[in-house]
Design a binder for this molecule. Structure first.
Ligand SMILES: Nc1nc2c(c(=O)[nH]1)N[C@H]1C(S)=C(S)[C@@H](COP(=O)(O)O)O[C@H]1N2
Ligand SMILES: [Mo]
Length: 212
C-alpha cells in the first residue's frame, strides 16, 4: 500500500488556515464557473496519496447506522441496483472545475429506499478504503450525492476512486468519498477528514465557501 502524503496534507491544512482569514470572493461570474475557479480539460487526481486496490470480488459497501435495514453490498448486489446517468460539473476547492462529466451510478435515494433511514436520521458519514471520511446532511445527500462506478462510459479509474466513489456536483468535490467503503446514517452531524482540518462544512462553490 502507498503511504499517506503527509506533506500534501499539511500544505492543504496551511492553505485552510490562511484561507479562513481571506475575504470571500462573491463577485458573480458568468455561466458555469464559480468565483475563484478556473476550467480544466484534464481530470487531476487529488487525495491523501493512497490509492487502495480493491478487486471486484473483494469489494463490499457497508451501509448502516440509523437505518431499519443495514446491508453489506457485494459487487454482484451493487450490479442489481438501478443505475442512472447524470451529466454534471465537478468543482475542486484547489480552484479547478471540470465541466460536463458523464457519470453512471446509483442515486442516493435508491440507497435510502434499500436501507430505510430512521425518522431521526439527519446526517450521513462516508468512509473510504484509504480511511478518508467526509459528511453530508441527509437532505444534501439525497439532493446531490451519486454513487459512481463509470465515468464517460468506462469503469471509474482506480486513481479516481474506483470501483465506486461518491460524486457531489453542487458542492466542492472533497465531500465525495473515493473508494467508498461505508455509508453511516446518523442522528447528528459528524465532521470528516477535511472538515476537521479547517474546511467548510457547507462547501458551497458559488459563495466561495472553502474554509471555516
Ligand atoms: N477516499 C477519498 N476520497 C476523497 C479524497 C481522499 O483523499 N480520499 N479526496 C477528496 C478531495 S480533497 C478531492 S478534491 C476529490 C478529488 O477527486 P479526484 O482525484 O477524482 O479528482 O476527492 C475527494 N475524495
Ligand atoms: Mo480537494
Amino acid at each position: 500500500m502507498d503511504e499517506r502524503n503527509e506533506k500534501l496534507i499539511q500544505g492543504k491544512e496551511r492553505l485552510a488556515a490562511i484561507g479562513r482569514t481571506r475575504p470571500k470572493n462573491t463577485a458573480p461570474t458568468a455561466g458555469k464557473l464559480p468565483p475563484g475557479q478556473h476550467e480544466v480539460k484534464n481530470w487531476p487526481v487529488l487525495d491523501l496519496g493512497v490509492h487502495p486496490d480493491i478487486p471486484f470480488d473483494k469489494w463490499t459497501l457497508r451501509i448502516e447506522g440509523w437505518v431499519e435495514n443495514p446491508v453489506t453490498l457485494t459487487w454482484a448486489d451493487y450490479q442489481k441496483l438501478p443505475f442512472i446517468e447524470k451529466t454534471a460539473d465537478f468543482h475542486c476547492v484547489t480552484t479547478w472545475s471540470k465541466f460536463d462529466n458523464h457519470w453512471t451510478g446509483v442515486a442516493f435515494q435508491t440507497i435510502c429506499d434499500l436501507v430505510k433511514p430512521k425518522a431521526n436520521a439527519t446526517h450521513v458519514y462516508f468512509t473510504g478504503y484509504d480511511d478518508y471520511s467526509t459528511n453530508l446532511s441527509l437532505p444534501a445527500a439525497i439532493d446531490d450525492a451519486l454513487l459512481v462506478h463509470e465515468w464517460e462510459g468506462q469503469p471509474l479509474p482506480r486513481e479516481h476512486g474506483g470501483p465506486v466513489r461518491i460524486v457531489v456536483s453542487k458542492i466542492y468535490a472533497w465531500k465525495g468519498a473515493k473508494w467508498v467503503k461505508e455509508i453511516i446514517f446518523l442522528p447528528h452531524d459528524r465532521l470528516g477528514f477535511w472538515e476537521l482540518r479547517g474546511y467548510s462544512n457547507t462547501a458551497d462553490p458559488w459563495t466561495d465557501d472553502r474554509y471555516s
